[in-house]
Design a protein around this ligand. Structure first.
Ligand code: SF4
Length: 526
């Protein structure tokens, strides 16, 4: 992957998904996370020659590694890391000129443009992988293309109120047939889905990960996993028949759309162990085909009631959003009560139809534009109905409303687990009933944090919600134990320290992310 330094985006660590996106703007309740760079591992693991995966290296570490004289170096990059990638390629030419450079990842979409040093970067690359990488490198090395794909990643972590929650990842497919105008992943794979594993292979991989260490859930990568109902149901059948893993241990999450989720009853999703779904809402007024199906609010409400968390994404900057209707749009999104959220500006990506349209309309701001600014909280085109300068204002307004009306994600997570517990207890389905203990454990785990959420709540409405949820918890589980009360006190003190830090001058305020370099070797590499 590209080496550091990794930029802060809008004041947050760009490499931390939960801090920079999913719990952004939640003050002391903003969560931190670690995600492994999946492409780096999967590529290194699926060739037969000695190989090394180098994750989050510094520039100096990368140069030291280069001096070992590799035949190939593959750099997976996103457009935002254009400058880092350029510097790495220069280093290859300087310190190991015989090493061949392979560029891959969504960043390669910028190589056809000409407003930065794209041509110079392209000229340094020996190969450009546009699309799926495993088959590309196997083909390059003359290896069989369709062998089994190994997927062993370091555990991911979410850090929440002093706790470290481990989970794992697996890639089922890349790309999407959805062909939404703005979508980079769909365009990058020519509007196709490239499947990496069949249902049996996917379940085998998920099961191994769930049984390993303390893995709480596995996130499945497939941009619209639920679209292929036959595939999903085949895996669900394997889960149902598997006697080696109890239903309460089966927890997995994935990406879906309203259209794809509408193919299932919520009971069916709960039975197969779905713990969370990322759903692109985008806008109340959007006519995107992926939003057709069941009523959006009904989907979010019913998932919550069944104990399934949601990540809702929402975009500001559509042509149809105006100063007159945007607050209605924002309120609609807030009213869905997603557990986690991603709120961003509409950022055009090269190769998408949106990019081509804006180019034709002469609305792209490419002059002087640097790819390091190509991210979700930036502007690179002239907007039709709202002022460019107001886009980020509305992004921030959405985040503020989410936090002030729904509270922090930790509260939403507690609520979903409480709903899940009640749902399981009332269910006639044996596999769903068996999950009650797991939901109960999560409720007991999070409950002590509610006191701090109530004490530092962003609004009277959230304070009231905390009280209601505390009362519901006591009704289900009885009065909290001494240990639970003790933990409440500790969380409160921890939150007080975090709160005090917010009053410090800016340079002391930031919780500096610790980024460790990880290096794994395969097939006999040293
Ligand atoms: S459904 Fe999602 S992943 Fe698929 S094209 Fe639309 S935005 Fe992209």
């Amino acid at each position: 992957m590209t080496c550091g330094p990794y930029p802060d985006i809008d004041g947050t660590d760009s490499m931390d998904l939960y801090t920079s996106r999913l719990t952004k703007g939640q003050e002391i309740f903003t969560l931190r996370s670690y995600y492994p760079a999946l492409p780096v591992y999967i590529l290194a693991q699926n060739v037969s020659i000695p190989s090394v995966a180098l994750e989050y290296p510094t520039y100096e570490e990368f140069v030291e590694e280069l001096k070992k004289g590799y035949d190939y170096v593959g750099i997976n990059f996103n457009t935002i890391f254009f400058d880092n990638t350029y510097r790495m390629c220069k280093a290859v030419k300087q310190f190991s000129p015989r090493t061949k450079i392979i560029l891959g990842g969504y960043g390669v979409t910028c190589l056809r443009e000409e407003f930065q040093e794209e041509k110079e970067l392209l000229s340094m690359a020996d190969y450009v992988c546009h699309g799926e990488g495993v088959r590309f490198v196997r083909d390059l090395l003359g290896e069989p293309l369709d062998g089994e794909i190994r997927q062993e990643f370091p555990s991911s972590y979410i850090y929440s109120m002093g706790e470290k929650i481990p989970f794992d990842n697996v890639i089922s497919a890349l790309g999407c047939r959805g062909a939404c105008e703005f979508c980079c992943t769909s365009a990058f794979y020519d509007y196709k889905k490239v499947r990496l594993v069949d249902p049996a292979g996917l379940w085998k991989s998920i099961k191994e990960k769930l049984l390993k260490n303390d893995c709480r859930f596995v996130w499945i990568y497939d941009e619209d996993f639920f679209a292929d109902a036959d595939y999903v149901r085949e895996m669900a059948e394997l889960i149902r028949k598997d006697k080696e893993i109890p239903p309460e241990k089966v927890r997995w999450a994935g990406f879906g759309s309203i259209r794809s989720i509408s193919q299932y009853e919520v009971e069916e999703l709960a039975e197969m162990g779905v713990s969370a779904i990322w759903i692109g809402v985008e806008s109340k007024f959007s006519e995107l085909p992926k939003r057709k199906g069941r009523d959006v609010k009904d989907v979010f409400d019913s998932l919550r009631k069944a104990g399934i968390q949601t990540v809702g994404s929402f975009i500001i900057g559509w042509d149809f959003q105006t100063d007159e209707n945007i607050v209605e749009d924002i309120d609609y999104f807030v009213g869905l009560k997603p557990t986690y959220t991603q709120v961003s500006s509409l950022m055009p990506c090269p190769e998408t139809r949106l990019w081509e349209r804006l180019k034709k309309e002469n609305k792209l701001y490419t002059e002087g534009f640097r790819w390091s600014k190509h991210h979700l909280y930036s502007i690179m085109h002239r907007h039709t109905s709202i002022k460019d300068g107001d886009v980020l204002k509305y992004v921030n307004l959405t985040q503020e409303k989410l936090y002030h009306e729904n509270g922090p994600s930790i509260l939403g997570t507690f609520e979903v687990n409480l709903e899940g517990y009640v749902h399981c207890m009332e269910s006639k389905n044996e596999r769903i009933r068996a999950q009650a203990s797991m939901y109960g454990d999560w409720c007991r785990k999070i409950f002590p944090a509610l006191f701090a959420v109530g004490a530092y709540s962003p609004s009277p409405g959230v304070k009231k919600l905390v009280k209601t949820l505390q009362a519901r918890y006591i009704k289900e589980f009885g009065a909290p134990s001494f240990l639970s009360l003790l933990k409440s006190g500790l969380f409160f003190c921890y939150a007080a320290i975090l709160k005090l830090r917010t009053f410090l001058p800016h340079r002391f305020k930031k919780r500096k992310a610790k980024r460790y370099t990880r290096r794994y070797s395969y097939n006999g590499a040293e």
